[in-house]
Design a protein around this ligand. Sequence first.
Ligand code: PLP
Length: 458
Amino acid sequence: MTDAYDPQALSRKAYDHLWMHFTRMSSYEKGDVPTIVRGEGAYIWDANGRRYLDGLAGLFVVQAGHGRVELAEAAYKQAAELAYFPIWSYAHPKAVELANRLAALAPGDLGRVFFTSGGGEAVESAWKLAKQYFKLTGKPAKHKVITRSIAYHGTTHGALSLTGLPGLKAPYEPLVPSTFRVPNTNFYRAPEHGDDLEAFGVWAADRIAEAIEFEGPETVAAVFLEPVQNAGGCFPPPPRYFQRVREICDEHDVLFVSDEVICAFGRLGGYFGSAVYGYQPDIITCAKGMTSGYAPLGAMIASDRLFEPFATGTASFAHGYTWGGHPVAAAVALANLDIFEREALNEHVTENSPRFRETLEKLLDLPIVGDVRGDGYFFGIELVKDKSSRETFDDDESERLLRGFLSKALFDAGLYCRADDRGDPVIQLSPPLVCDQSHFDEIEQILRAVLTEAWSRI
Ligand SMILES: Cc1ncc(COP(=O)(O)O)c(C=O)c1O
């Protein structure tokens, strides 16, 4: 199958005309553009026929694994029957069915599903809904949003404004005003209560209360938080953190948006991360794993309370996307959820996550590995220059280590994953949910060899 491709020609054409996302294009001036042509289960193959373990499920997406013919067939069947119709004042059966299924799976009273084509659009939709909801219910000044430091929420102007990565935002300033940052839950680098996880969690949650009070509760519409924050390298919530956030939001009538673009659909061992951690958001934003990547789709799932002002009278949510709830994507999502049920993927993750963690924790014997953290099938490995002081790498070292060596070396060694320095340098892992101990061992062995080599180069 891979013989059909000419790797050199593909690479050259990619370099000439394909504008790769978040990519320093000059890095391919001399080297080949890695071109992936096929996938099966937890593995992908490049145009040269080389196999790699997909340690990132594409981009936190391919939950059910690659090569699922049944998902391709669901897409084919739907495209043949009705390839496209908008959900602007009309419905089609697959969007109806999927909305009902998601409403049943989502926690509590999250019963209203607004489809988008991806995660950033879901985030935009949630912020716009929060603003309009308060305008319709007599609190028109509520429009500001609080998010966490280093958190990534997308690239459109609104979603980027909510993102807590100044370097990513700088080229596009001025962005949408009215967003504010609070500390994340990076316990490894806790500025306070570094010896008491629960106290740290309460401290971090209380910074949200403080930000709301500083800005004036009558001006704050929402807080956007991921169940496990991805950027920075997997920050799980301390015990009681989300429960305290819920209390704070209730006290100030601020909407709690759970941005589950990564953390829904099995990544943490449940359909929704909020349900896994036992908290009730007002809105969930989700995308990626909903279709396991066999078609693009996102959603904002809002509580019945937020829908109320739109249920009667003349008000409407004047917002939408051509591709939102696309019939083919909705059909694929339904077939994907069938696979989740049939193969008990959530249970598989819950059962195997401790083994994944234990296997990765073996790497803590390496001098460069400072911390292993995460949950479900979602882990970050923080790299440090000095383990005892937790000193991190400076910008030059980070550049040499991550961009200059690690990403490529891991790929060359057969592991596709991500070396990220948007916060402190981390390796991010988020493999397909079908992975088992043999895959964990393979990941550990490749990381061990490459990180040992990296250490010798510092
Ligand atoms: C938490 C979170 N929110 C939003 C987004 C944006 O999603 P998309 O790239 O589908 O627009 C992402 C993407 O990774 C994300 O991780």
